[in-house]
Design a protein around this ligand. Structure first.
Ligand SMILES: [Zn+2]
Length: 248
């Protein structure tokens, strides 16, 4: 029981760290003075620095009743939602996979996909190193534990995932003389292939494309605007895995 409490606290802290990354990574792309440690966290409205107690996940939001203690402006509930989601996911992994190396790898894959989903959705931005990290994590978890697939199907998934989108883009480029798919999407599909295996690529691309089109239609984008295909692929792979669990 004590273990689960500690694991839950770890999850909530990771949720808080996730909010920080989602806030800073797009800024770090354009502004070299911003990094993971500088400037220290502050209220986006009044710029007052957050005290240590305001950094305690979940509880600080509830204590402060969702408002900044200096300017009383409301704090986005997205911070609280991130903390609760990560707390729940870490607890589920601890219960169903275990508190071990496999569980940790499992969580880090979720953590990276979560951040990539929101960054691509909001900024069409897939940070190179974060995106790339998915590939070794996928190969490692399948090599050590066969969690989602075998090592060979994982390596095959990585190679075919990258090549497929690269080829589709090359054909598009030959016809329209411009890139149709962002280079980050090639790496992301290579990562998803290495995590879920070569056999998962077909369903992930089918679900991912359908979801991207739905996002495109729902958000009323103009015909020339880019769509977050990476976010679609991530949701597609999550739906694919949920379907697999229910069908089994
Ligand atoms: Zn404030």
């Amino acid at each position: 029981m004590l273990y689960l409490v500690l694991v839950g606290i770890f999850g909530a802290c990771m949720g808080s760290f996730t909010s920080m990354l989602l806030h800073r990574l797009p800024k770090m792309k354009d502004d070299e003075s911003v990094n993971l440690f500088y400037p220290s966290s502050s209220c986006p409205d009044c710029k007052n620095k957050l005290s240590v107690s305001a950094l305690i996940p979940i509880f600080s939001y509830l204590w402060q009743k969702g408002v900044c203690k200096f300017c009383k402006k409301s704090i986005s509930s997205f911070y609280l939602i991130n903390e609760i989601i990560h707390c729940c996911v870490v607890l589920l992994i601890a219960l169903y996979v275990g508190i071990n190396v496999e569980g940790l790898l499992y969580y880090f894959i979720f953590f990276i996909l979560y951040i990539l989903f929101f960054l691509d959705y909001k900024y069409l931005y897939l940070p190179f190193y974060l995106n790339l990290t998915l590939i070794p994590l996928g190969i490692l978890i399948n090599y050590l534990f066969n969690t989602f697939t075998t090592l060979y199907l994982s390596i095959g998934g990585m190679i075919i995932g990258y090549s497929l989108l690269w080829m589709v883009n090359a054909i598009y480029k030959a016809v329209r003389s411009k890139n149709g798919i962002g280079g980050g999407d090639f790496i992301l599909l290579a990562g998803l292939g290495s995590v879920f295996g070569i056999m998962a690529l077909g369903p992930i691309i089918f679900l991912g494309s359908s979801i991207s089109i739905i996002i495109y239609l729902l958000t009323n984008k103009s015909p020339n605007e880019e769509i977050p295909f990476g976010s679609g692929l991530i949701i597609g792979s999550i739906i694919f895995n949920l379907l697999k669990i229910f069908i089994n």
